[in-house]
Design a protein around this ligand. Sequence first.
Ligand code: ZN
Ligand code: ZN
Length: 351
Amino acid sequence: MKAYQITNWGQPLEELEVPIPKPTGSEVLIKITSCGVCHSDIHIWDGFFDLGGGKRITLEERGLGLPFTMGHEPVGEVVALGPDATGVSVGDKRIVYPWIGCGTCDACKDNNELLCNNPITVGTRRNGGYAEYLLAPHAKYLVPYDGVDEAFAATAACSGITAYSALKKLKHLTAKQTTLIIGAGGVGLAGIGMAKAILKTKIIVADIDPQKRKAAIELGADEVIDNGAVDAAKNLMTMTNGGPDGVVDFVGAPTTSSFGFQVLAKGGTLVVVGLYGGGMELPLSLLPLKVVNIQGSYVGTQQDLVELLQLMREGRVKSVPIIKRQLSEAPLAIQDLRSGKDIGRYVLINY
Ligand SMILES: [Zn+2]
Ligand SMILES: [Zn+2]
């Protein structure tokens, strides 16, 4: 089969001919028909994450060897089952839930696989969907997406549940309150498209790019602001009568999280989702004085995926623009994503 692999960190992906994996035990072989291209794939491709202050964590330190096949938004068809695999049949169409834990630690046993210290995530730890076939470790991670457009369904496995899980953390807010969404990039736009299905609050979107603010309005934002403007914080305080009660930072850069923290209303919650990286200075006395919460949110659970797909089936989630590319164009698609020239989500298709 063809696989589009990282063979040198940061160098163009290579098309390599590798054997089709054979499912053993509980494994299930999936023929990939769609796979989303995620912004975090750029960091994996580079081989490191920026921790701020010149510090980095490399993927090699985390035990990732090359060559490696990325792709953690895989969708496909069951084509073969290992001898112990049950629960799916050949021909079933499924999303592969990628955020899989080791299965043996206390977190995994408590069904908190996202908190596992030794995850075996598809496409970031084990080979993913930038290939013609993929081996899923167990049928329990295969989620049906019937009634949802396939390319749109592919985006649910990472960007979709990342946005869903972050917004869900503000579900306690009421219709009189306001949520500020910072960043209308790929995941941010996905969040804006589903915000009204999850939250009761008014939705304000902040982005420094007028094109992205326009896209935010089209996806259902009540109002937009330019957080790069000098009077942005002051205007926002007036608009919201004392600041938003919830802020979701889909960028996760020093400037955006500082802005979110600065404008947060008393008793509010700042959810940081974006992995842009860097560090921020935090006025510690304001944590108690403003009684605020700062919370991290990382991807989402399999239950989040099931819930989100249901909202998608019901037509309550507006799709970000989807840019389809053939699987064989994977090396080009990720380069185009890095260049940032298109608004929307790339999905590799193989049909
Ligand atoms: Zn992702
Ligand atoms: Zn574990």
